[in-house]
Design a protein around this ligand. Structure first.
Ligand code: FO1
Length: 304
């Protein structure tokens, strides 16, 4: 049976995954999700990328914001402000339930993998969604002017000041479930996520990159017309790779891993050396995501 592993960060990856989930039998698709962005906030364990993937696949995500749940309210946040608690990271009232469950079950000894599986089941998510790690692995951003800070402090609290480097601290062990999924994969898809802070945390886990290198890999470019589709990736490529953002910068970043890259139509000539498919990559609703997933799967079948 065909088995596809999808490496994902937050919203971009989640949307393509939502398309793939409409095209592939659930048992043939496993999403391995970055947990380097995880944080403890108000004493609660928050896994933003896992939640974005889970909410998007469960069709309960807020589309406009790109994180959290739709029809959300923030009354608990208002009360926390009144108590003088930190309010820079907005946890919604319904979203709080996810973090309460995750925190309570973790305290009871249940693994993040197992907790995620039961949250996904409750939301009607069909394919397998697994965290890259069960133990904390924290993405640290070294900034040019303000020293090192954990990822969410850098992105949300300080609004992405200039980056000098990216590091990962904590566990370097992927879960047995991740190793098992990768060993069964006949295709690995890398979502249009930030390679530095969403995909590298996964690829740098012990044994993962070597395993990925043994499989056919295709990716969707997170760079369109020289700009990041979302977030600070463009500035990171300039600062860390010392070049202008382009789909070729993504190919080079993955250093020999990719067998094909899907780019925005018109960006094809920016890619050398590997097969490229140009199409409309800015994902709209459900049907558009499925269309892009279908095109990507056909392209993956055609590349060597
Ligand atoms: N991003 C923000 O820009 N501001 C927020 O207050 C915020 C809250 C938040 C709460 C839960 C969650 O799952 C995600 C949240 N995000 C917020 C998004 C998140 O910080 C990042 O976009 C991802 O970590 C990037 O992959």
């Amino acid at each position: 049976m065909r088995h596809i592993v999808f490496l994902s960060g937050g919203i971009g990856g989640a949307r393509l995954l939502h398309g793939l989930a409409q095209e592939i039998a659930p048992e043939s698709l496993t999403a391995v999700v970055n947990t380097g962005d995880d944080l403890v906030h108000w004493g609660l364990r928050v896994s933003p990328d896992l939640d974005t993937v889970m909410y998007t696949l469960g069709e309960v995500a807020d589309q406009a914001r790109g994180w959290g749940l739709r029809d959300e309210s923030f009354r608990a946040l208002e009360m926390m402000k009144r108590y003088g608690e930190p309010s820079w990271f907005s946890l919604g009232d319904q979203d709080l339930a996810t973090h309460l469950v995750r925190t309570a079950r973790s305290a009871g000894g249940e693994s993040l993998t197992s907790i995620t599986q039961s949250l996904c089941a409750a939301l009607g998510v069909g394919c397998r969604v697994i965290p890259m790690c069960d133990q904390p692995r924290c993405t640290w951003i070294d900034t040019v002017d303000h020293g090192p800070m954990p990822f969410q402090d850098w992105l949300v609290k300080h609004r992405a000041p200039a980056v000098a480097g990216v590091r990962f601290e904590g566990s370097a062990h992927a879960t047995p479930e991740v190793h098992d999924a990768l060993s069964r994969a006949d295709l690995i898809i890398i979502g249009p996520s930030n390679p530095y802070v969403s995909i590298d945390p996964i690829l740098t886990l012990e044994g993962v990159r070597d395993r990925v290198a043994q499989t056919k890999v295709v990716a969707l470019s997170p760079i369109v017309r020289g700009k990041a589709v979302k977030g600070p990736l463009g500035e990171m490529i300039r600062a860390l790779a010392r070049r202008e953002p382009s789909p070729q910068a993504i190919v080079d970043h993955y250093a020999g891993l990719l067998h094909g890259l899907v780019v925005e139509r018109g960006d094809e000539s920016a890619v050398r050396e590997i097969p490229v498919l140009g199409t409309s990559t800015i994902m709209g609703g459900r049907d558009d995501r499925a269309r892009l997933a279908r095109e990507l799967l056909d392209f993956a079948d055609a590349v060597g």
